[in-house]
Design a protein around this ligand. Structure first.
Ligand code: PMP
Length: 387
């Protein structure tokens, strides 16, 4: 018997297979709305000029590559804290740099499981397809509630609140901070207040996944839900990603922030130990570049301007789609890179086969995959497939 005989086959990530299909499609008019990266109106995902500037500084001034320690870059963490939590906020938080938002989610789940093995984590459906496997791999039990109705393009808030009224102090509740993946449908600030009050009353712990801060309505606006939760709850987990809002993707730049009032030391020591046993220390480069940007007024201003340009472009595409077809009107009020179109798998397939338009099997589109030139052909293809 082989040591590996117990392994079960794992399906490849369907989005990654889509990349290969797209690459091999010879049709010149092909459109890629699959993988979740920002693209500019020329279809490119360039390195931010602010990151290039920071990289030049690092190249010239970085004195050593010696180990930093399991928390990663402390300056990065200190400077990101007001960006995420607001000026003057975030005191007493435990903060640790992680390999991307994914690393932060995994570490949060491991921390919960180390204290409460098999604890339940509640999440709305649909969600980022990697959420549930990350939590299960860490040992948690995933419970779901309906979050979004694809046909009406609305958040099922009553269903969500009904499900959450059953949670208790041993439960974690995953919330998308902003720019919900895959639906683009976020809670209103009033709904955030209701959710935060309910979780605080029941003692359940929110895990806020903030992977797109600044891509929706702006840095502060996109953190407003998280900040509402911070005002209400004594225990909060925050999985943060800089991979979209600094365009760092492959550099794997993120952070885990934890509020654990009165239990800071035991929680901190456990997080450090878990990180030490998972990756020892996070990759340095992306976080170092973010730190250099936030340390420098000119680079910070440049970064904010670049982020504004990204956000404005995404929202322009949303308006263009809604203007072009009344059925796409709900996309106007959604935010971030994604929307989830009410398409059957056969229609997603027809979009690819007949129109060379590539999107996730769920019907999720990356709006940044569209340009001024491709909105019109996309809307026409969609109309043909919806008939
Ligand atoms: N959370 C959500 C909702 C995401 O969409 C993503 C990335 N697509 C992540 C977390 C993880 O981001 P990272 O690449 O920084 O690991």
């Amino acid at each position: 018997r082989s040591l590996f005989a117990g392994l079960k086959p794992q399906a490849p990530d369907p989005l990654l297979s889509l990349i290969a299909l797209y690459k091999n499609d010879p049709r010149p008019q092909k459109i890629d709305l699959g993988v979740g990266v920002y693209r500019n109106d020329a279809g490119d995902t360039p390195v931010f000029a602010a990151i290039k500037g920071a990289e030049r500084v690092l190249l010239e001034t970085q004195p050593t590559k010696a180990y930093l320690g399991p928390e990663g870059d402390l300056g990065f963490l200190e400077l990101m804290t007001p960006v995420v939590f607001g000026e003057g906020k975030g005191d007493g938080l435990i903060a640790l740099q992680t390999p991307g938002g994914t690393g932060a989610l995994r570490l949060a789940a491991e921390l919960v499981n180390a204290s409460t093995p098999g604890a339940r984590i509640w999440m709305g459906t649909p969600s980022w397809p990697i959420h549930a496997p990350i939590f299960r791999t860490a040992g948690l039990a995933v419970e779901t509630f309906g979050y979004f109705d694809v046909a009406t393009q609305r958040v099922c808030f009553d269903e969500m609140m009904a499900a959450l009224s059953a949670v208790g102090a041993d439960d974690v509740v995953l919330l998308h901070g902003a720019c919900h993946n895959p639906t683009g449908a976020d809670l209103s600030i009033q709904q955030w207040r209701e959710v935060a009050a309910l979780l605080a009353a029941r003692g359940a712990v929110p895990l806020v996944d903030l992977a797109y801060q600044g891509l929706g309505d702006g840095l502060d606006a996109d953190a407003a839900g998280l900040r509402t939760v911070m005002d209400a709850c004594d225990r909060v987990l925050v999985a943060y990603s800089c991979d979209k809002n600094f365009g760092l993707y492959r550099e794997r730049t993120g952070a885990l922030f934890v509020r654990a009032r009165g239990e800071e030391e035991i929680v901190r020591s456990n997080i450090l130990q878990l990180a030490r046993c998972a990756w020892s220390m996070p990759p340095d480069h992306g976080a170092a570049a973010v730190r250099v940007i936030l340390e420098d007024a000119a680079l910070s201003a440049q970064w904010r301007t670049e982020l504004d340009t990204m956000r404005e472009r995404i929202n322009q595409v949303r308006h263009a789609l809604a203007d072009a077809d009344p059925r796409l009107e709900p996309l106007r009020d959604q935010r971030g890179l994604f929307s989830l179109l009410p398409l059957a798998p056969s229609q997603v397939e027809a979009m690819r086969r007949d129109h060379a338009i590539y999107m996730a099997g769920s019907g999720r589109i990356n709006l940044a995959g569209l340009t001024t030139a491709t909105v019109e052909p996309f809307v026409q293809a969609l109309a043909a497939c919806l008939q």
